[in-house]
Design a protein around this ligand. Structure first.
Ligand SMILES: [Zn+2]
Ligand SMILES: [Zn+2]
Length: 253
């Protein structure tokens, strides 16, 4: 479900950050306590945030454990910021989802479809860029049909595949992402819109994937999808998305 209606207003988009890791994520900085995150979000003038700790393949039980820890910490906050207790779940193969084995659904289900570097992630049989792109597409299409996602994290971005396999297969940044045609992007974004699944504008992809991000944003806007800003914050200095705002206006918008 959409957590709010689609907007393409830059100020509105950048008034929230829907991808923040607490220190419950192994990769999250120790300083990422709920208190400190909320103070950083207040300092940044944000209206809404989502806490989205990793639920990697076969870690479904962590969902309830994280919620048990985070709920009282969130509820104790005296702030005007709306705080979603979400999770960065895994769509780690065709019909493979971390939520599948749990009836507990977080307030905000952000799904990663491309953490191919993680243990337990399904890989295409043929390790070519086109096979990875087609595998991403099949995973996204199937995930969309389930209607279980609220948003896709860093969609289409190939950095996790490239980093892991650049030496083995000679992959370079963008070699998979850039294979998505405008028509394919339009079709998949239309399908997600019908299920009210949003797409992340991942700020860390703005600079390395500038041309793709521009295409992605413009096609999405034409289709009428909901975009949500996420910085994928692992440190307090990454909670505020506004430092990417002028780059967004000048290079992507
Ligand atoms: Zn991720
Ligand atoms: Zn993340």
């Amino acid at each position: 479900m959409y957590i709010h209606e689609p907007t393409y207003d830059t100020d509105e988009l950048f008034s929230a950050n829907y991808h923040i890791h607490t220190n419950l994520s192994r990769c999250g900085g120790r300083e990422m306590t709920v208190d400190a995150i909320v103070r950083a979000a207040e300092a940044a003038g944000l209206k809404e945030i989502a806490l989205t700790d990793h639920i990697h393949p076969y870690e479904t039980s962590k969902l309830r454990r994280n919620a048990r820890i985070l709920t009282p910490l969130r509820d104790a906050q005296k702030t005007n910021i709306h705080i979603y207790l979400g999770a960065e779940l895994s769509a780690h193969g065709e019909h493979k989802y971390t939520l599948r084995y749990s009836d507990f659904r977080p307030e905000y289900s952000l799904y990663a479809h491309n953490h191919y570097h993680m243990f337990g992630w399904e890989q295409p049989e043929d390790r070519s860029p086109m096979s990875y792109k087609n595998h991403c597409k099949a995973v996204l299409q199937n995930m969309i049909k389930t209607g279980k996602a609220d948003c896709f994290a860093h969609p289409f971005i190939d950095k996790y595949i490239v980093r892991e396999f650049e030496e083995d297969y000679g992959f370079t940044q963008g070699c998979i992402t850039d294979l998505w045609t405008d028509n394919e992007l339009g079709d998949i974004m239309t399908a997600a819109k019908e299920k009210q699944i949003a797409w992340e504008l991942n700020t860390s992809a703005f600079i390395p994937y500038r041309d793709f991000m521009r295409r992605y944003f413009h096609i999405g806007k034409e289709v009428g999808v909901c975009f949500l800003i996420g910085t994928d914050a692992h440190r307090l200095s990454e909670v505020d998305p506004n430092k990417y705002k002028s780059y967004f206006i000048n290079n992507i918008l």
